[in-house]
Every structure is written in C-alpha cells, then in structure tokens.
Ligand binder design. Sequence first.
Ligand code: WQD
Length: 340
Amino acid sequence: MKILVTGGLGFIGSHTVVELQNEGFEVVAIDNLSNSSIDVLDGIERITQKKPLFENIDLRDKLAVQDFFKKHQDIAGVIHFAASKAVGESVENPLLYYENNINSLVYLLQELQKKPESYFIFSSSCTVYGQAEKMPITENAPVQQAMSPYGNTKQIGEEIITDVAKVSNINSILLRYFNPIGAHDSAEIGELPIGVPQNLIPFITQTAYGLREKLAVFGNDYPTIDGTAVRDYIHVVDLAKAHVVALKRLLNKQNTDKVETFNLGTGKGSSVLEVIKAFEKVSGQKLNYQIVGRREGDITEAYANTEKANSILGWKTALSLEEALASAWKWENKVRNKQQ
Ligand code: WQD
C-alpha cells in the first residue's frame, strides 16, 4: 500500500516514514525542503535499507498538488505533517503561516474529496488547548483562543477537516502532539533546527556541545514543582509509531467517527529544571543555564491524559524522558562531528 507523507523529510515526518517502511508500507514523501534536507532520504535508507519515493513539491502550489495526485492515483492514505511550526515566527509573520498551513491543507483535501474513500492523518498539537484548566489534559478539554497564529492554524485545520468530513468520504484522525523530542537511536535521523533553536531540547544539546554559551530558562516563577514550566516530552519514535497505528485504524475501517481525535503524550509532566537534571545525568556533563524572565505566550503546564490513546488507539509510549534525551545528545554529537 502506498502512503503519502507530506513533510516526510522533516523531524516527525522522517521518523514516521521509517516506521511505515518498517511495517511494509510503500511511502512517497513530499517536502519543499524549506525546513529539512534532502540528505534525510539517505538517513532513512540507512535505517530501513529502502529509500522512499520523494517529490520536491510545495503544497501551496495547487497545480503541483493536482498533478501529484494524477501521477499517484494509488495513494491509500495520507499523513500530513508539512506546515510551518515556529510559534515566535508565526507571531511576526502570520500570513506566511495562514498561507502555508491552511492553503496546503485545503489543496490536499480537495484532491482527497475526489476519491470514493480516503484516509487522512492530521498533525495537530496540544497548543490548541492553550492553558488547559485541568491536568492531565483530555481530548474533551476545550479548544481555547490560540496563543499564536501557528496554534490558530492547527485549530482552523481541525475545523476544516471536520467540516469537510460531513460532506465527503474523507476519514480523518487528528493527532494532538505534546512535546516531541529525541531522535532515532541509530542517530541517522533527528531534529535539524535551522538557526537558533526555539525549542528546549535542541537548545540544550547545542549548549552542551558548545555551540551556544548557555541555556536561558524562561521563568522560574510559575506555580509548579520548582517554578519552571511543565511539559509532556514524548520521544519522537513513540510518536511516529502512533501515526502508523492511527493509519492502520483507518485503513482497517476501525474508526467509529469520520473524525477522531487523540492526545499523544507520555502522560507525565516534566519541568524545565527536571529536564536539565535528566540531561546532565544522561550526558554526564553539567549544563550552563541561567534563569531569565518568562517567554511571551508560554503556558504554565501541559501534559496528556493518555487513556483514550491507550484504550481506543491501543498505543502508549514505551520510551522514557532519559532515553529521549540520550538519543537527542547522540544525534547532536553525530551531526556536529560529521560537520567537522
Ligand atoms: C518547552 C519549555 C519553554 C526554550 C511549542 C509549540 C508546540 C510544539 C513544540 C511544534 C517551555 C522552555 C524553551 C528555551 C526554555 N511545536 N524553554 N528555554 O513552547 O512547549 O511548544 O513547541 O510542533 O506546538 O507550542 O516547546 O520546546 O519551545 O518549550 O526555558 O531556550 O521549555 O519556556 O516551558 P513549547 P518549547
């Protein structure tokens, strides 16, 4: 069966391509290489001994999307990762985010709507909950006013999918990720942030490697165990496997609704200081950090209620925070050593 993975050379996309190929699926990856490298194809091949089909397409190009689906009539399912995803950048350049994240989704759905039956996995985010009232966060927690244009594009994306499902044969699963971290244990693929990392873990590994002078910890006056903000850090390989499970659920017609939603997290919250301590343990070195003021738009805490994913999807995480941090550190060292 041929599966389309958009953003297939990106961080989560590439790890999902590996898991799909491990399960025997034929994969065609689309990527415009705006936030990834063509070398990721070789990394995937070194892990699975199989290079996915690849097309360098920008999903904002409606004709290119139409041509792709004319060429690949046998696409059995779609996993849609391709999107801009930097919260801060989305505040500075909202139209880039609305054009890219919304138009791409619309053009994809217009092609799927032409098929008698189609199966669609959408990369969403816990950011749709904003600061949820109650921890751990269930899928019924209210979707709140987005904290950024990036978060808003995820909310709008979910609404578009829901509206289209009512008048089409598109069966969808919305996967709301918490905080994806780490890398494949082969260190052949991983996170490749361009420029100064926005996210915590790549900033930690770059600081530990000596590329950054120190980590700024954004605030220690939150009402949490140690004053620093709490998140649910999920290993990207666990996350990738959840996509294969969700896709199979649709392909096997086990879904009970046209649109199903699942939170994907470990169910455990970790504070920034707890992450730093865990990193120091796995890396064997002290991390240089300084507490500074809060970052605009950050929430205090978010961690997933995993019951629905465990019971209905039949999936739960298997890898620990320490394993994720160790894999991120191994990847950082491999990438930097290769660059030297
Ligand atoms: C985690 C914690 C920061 C950097 C966002 C998006 C989410 C997803 C992941 C795309 C926070 C603190 C961070 C630093 C720090 N994005 N931090 N110093 O903001 O929880 O989630 O990225 O898929 O949708 O909302 O992740 O890694 O940026 O921050 O202290 O240099 O680390 O304040 O508490 P976040 P993050």
